[in-house]
Design a protein around this ligand. Structure first.
Ligand SMILES: *Cc1c(COP(=O)(O)O)cnc(C)c1O
Length: 366
């Protein structure tokens, strides 16, 4: 047995590292990024802010002013505590580190509807937790409340994740269904609102004061700051105090802290971009649905999931390749015999990028 086989457990050895498609030269509609960046005048002001950062010093380990800015910008209750992460991926990891083994020394469980965000499952694997996926209703990807409640009863998860809206399906689950799950959960329920800027103010943030086991998680990645790696979660003070103990002391670097403050002082620019992206989302949805053999699902996020019907000669893989040949990169979600069979996911880009994408789709389906 090699040293690696001896020291690294099979669950880790069987993983492959997170794969990112090379996007050089492509119209990039694969990763839910906002296509817009700062305007030239904002860029200038931003650089001035950055030039005042003392990078010889460690960053503020718990930036209270930044948290206050977040509270005001995003309507976070004064009663709730906020924890910052190097992207929400790190927040998911922090939760796993704190909860992986319970007080009785038992391996804890993570539960989430599927198809869902892959990192819930991946990070459970990294931290030696059990993971249970509950299949969404296959016809419309709605939340199977009864199946969720049964699975919660059976597996007693320490964490139940619900992405709202869901990735990769794009839909908002029924709010009352989620509230029922929060009420009957065996542990904490994390409502992951990564796509909140596009979700027409649907949020569980106002319910934080009502439920001690509710945590609302957000990221700035999809709203237009993916490169900064910054997410936050809000919840009851007692929970956050525990999670804060397993956080790396300086997890948010000084340039990111300064940039987030700057960005939120100019939040209007992002709000305006979100309006354009939501209008474009409607255009993409309508255009795709006008094609024979294509079914696009309603979305409250900055992407659209669509399915290639069995009744047409092409399939998702060939559509994906044809788009790629035309210089357009989207995400191939196809997995045989799964709810995402023959599905593709396109991120909403600029109007020109979306037009380029749609014109290839028109060519393929007319
Ligand atoms: C993209 C995404 C995240 C990760 O966001 P980062 O802050 O970039 O790590 C979390 N949850 C969902 C549902 C996402 O789609």
């Amino acid at each position: 047995m090699s040293l690696i086989e001896k020291l690294i457990r099979p669950e880790i050895r069987q993983l492959s590292a997170y794969h990112v498609q090379d996007a050089t030269g492509f119209i990039k509609l694969d990763a839910m990024e906002n296509p817009y960046t700062f305007t030239d005048s904002l860029k200038k002001a931003w650089l001035t802010v950055l030039s005042d950062v003392d990078v010889n010093r460690y960053p503020d380990p718990s930036p209270e002013t930044l948290k206050q800015v977040l509270r005001e910008a995003f309507g976070i209750s004064e009663q709730a505590e906020i924890l910052l992460g190097n992207g929400s991926d790190e927040l998911i990891q922090i939760l796993a580190l704190a909860l992986s083994t319970n007080a009785r020394g038992e391996k804890a469980c993570v539960l989430a509807p599927e198809p869902g965000f892959v990192m819930y499952n991946m990070i459970a694997k990294y931290t030696n937790m059990n993971y249970v996926g509950v299949p969404l209703h296959s016809e419309d990807f709605s939340l199977p409340v009864e199946a969720m409640l049964t699975a919660i009863k059976k597996h007693q998860p320490a964490i139940t994740y619900i992405a709202y809206p869901n990735n990769p399906t794009g839909n908002l689950f029924n709010e009352n269904d989620i509230e029922t799950i929060i009420q009957q959960a065996s542990g904490i329920v994390v409502v992951d609102e990564a796509y909140n800027p596009f979700a027409n103010n649907n949020s569980f943030m106002p319910l934080l004061d009502k439920y001690d086991n509710l945590i609302v998680m957000r990221t700035v990645s999809k709203m237009g700051l993916a490169g900064l790696r910054f997410g936050y979660m809000a919840g009851a003070k007692a929970w956050m105090a525990e999670f804060d103990k397993v956080r790396m002391p300086y997890n948010i670097n000084a340039l990111t802290q300064a940039s987030i403050r700057f960005a939120l002082e100019n939040k209007q620019a992002f709000d305006e971009q979100a309006v354009i992206l939501c209008d474009e989302r409607a255009r993409i949805l309508q255009s795709l649905n006008s094609l024979q053999g294509v079914q696009a699902y309603p979305s409250a996020a900055n992407f659209v999931l669509y399915k290639i019907s069995d009744s047409v000669p092409s399939d998702a893989v060939s559509v994906f390749e044809a788009l790629k040949d035309a210089g357009i990169l989207i995400k191939n979600m196809h997995k045989p015999n799964s709810p995402l069979e023959n599905c593709l996911r396109v991120t909403v880009g600029t109007p020109d990028e979306n037009t380029a994408f749609l014109s290839v789709m028109y060519q393929l389906f007319s």
